[in-house]
Design a binder for this molecule. Structure first.
Ligand code: PGA
Length: 249
């Protein structure tokens, strides 16, 4: 069985400040040589500050276009030149508030890889979809949009984050068993395409992860770390979450 190195990713959304970068980065430095990849996704305007502090970082979204007349967009190539290593793709807030379609998400995934960024593809069902027993169908559709466009090999250098929409920012976390069931479904689905991709790809859980529930979530067989929103803005909570991921393979 492949030993997958856990990831703890902090998605600051449109929050944070120069002061917070300094505060969080000085803590995160401590994980450099430990068995966890800690990655900060600050607002784009703070990206260079995080890079300056020597911490792995990424953008929260990128444009699907190369360059040109796209006012306000974040260019993947430039983010990479600035020092970003990763980008979130298809976060549920991008899908719901900014109407990103599965197709657009696949285009952004392609643009990320073309520009040297590792995409973290976010997938997850809404509360209504879960109640209608459509969780697997929705998650499979969101992942298939990328596989259909780019082929399964494209997932080799990527990460998936399963984030049930009903658990994001609500304080309602999926139970470790609920999360594990979807993670296993994703891994089984990938396995039907390519066994090597399925066993090596890291699948993160996101949605109200905090210092109290991270350990039991990360202990699940198919959960390889977390994508943390609210708790990533609090130094003590975030470091406890990082601690619970260290060595959890
Ligand atoms: P949350 O956000 O941890 O605040 O629920 C997670 C996310 O949106 O990535």
């Amino acid at each position: 069985m492949t030993q997958r190195k856990p990831i703890v990713a902090g998605n600051w959304k449109m929050n944070g400040s120069f002061e917070l970068v300094a505060e969080i980065c000085s803590e995160v430095k401590k994980y450099k040589n430990l068995n966890v990849d800690v990655i900060i996704f600050p607002p784009a305007l703070l990206l260079s500050e995080v890079v300056k502090n020597g911490i792995e970082s990424g953008t929260q979204t990128i444009s699907e276009f190369d360059a040109g007349a796209y006012t306000g967009e974040i260019q993947a190539q430039l983010a990479h030149e600035l020092g970003a290593k990763y980008t979130l793709i298809g976060h549920s807030e991008r899908r719901s508030i900014f109407n990103e379609s599965d197709q657009q998400v696949a285009d952004k995934f392609a643009q990320a890889q073309k520009s040297g960024l590792t995409p973290i593809l976010c997938v997850g069902e809404t509360e209504a979809e879960r109640e209608a027993a459509q969780t697997e169908q929705v998650v499979a559709r969101q992942i298939r949009a990328v596989i259909d466009k780019l082929g399964i090999a494209a997932l080799n250098d990527s990460v998936i984050a399963y984030e049930p929409v009903w658990a994001i920012g609500t304080g309602k976390t999926a139970t470790p068993e609920q999360a594990q069931a979807v993670h296993k479904f994703i891994r089984d689905m990938l396995n039907s395409y390519d066994k090597q991709v399925a066993s090596s790809l890291r699948i993160l859980y996101g949605g109200s992860v905090n210092e109290k529930n991270s350990e039991s979530l990360f202990a699940q067989a198919d959960i390889d770390g977390g994508l943390i929103g609210g708790a990533s803005l609090k130094k003590d909570a975030f470091t406890s979450i990082c601690n619970s991921a260290v060595g959890n393979v």
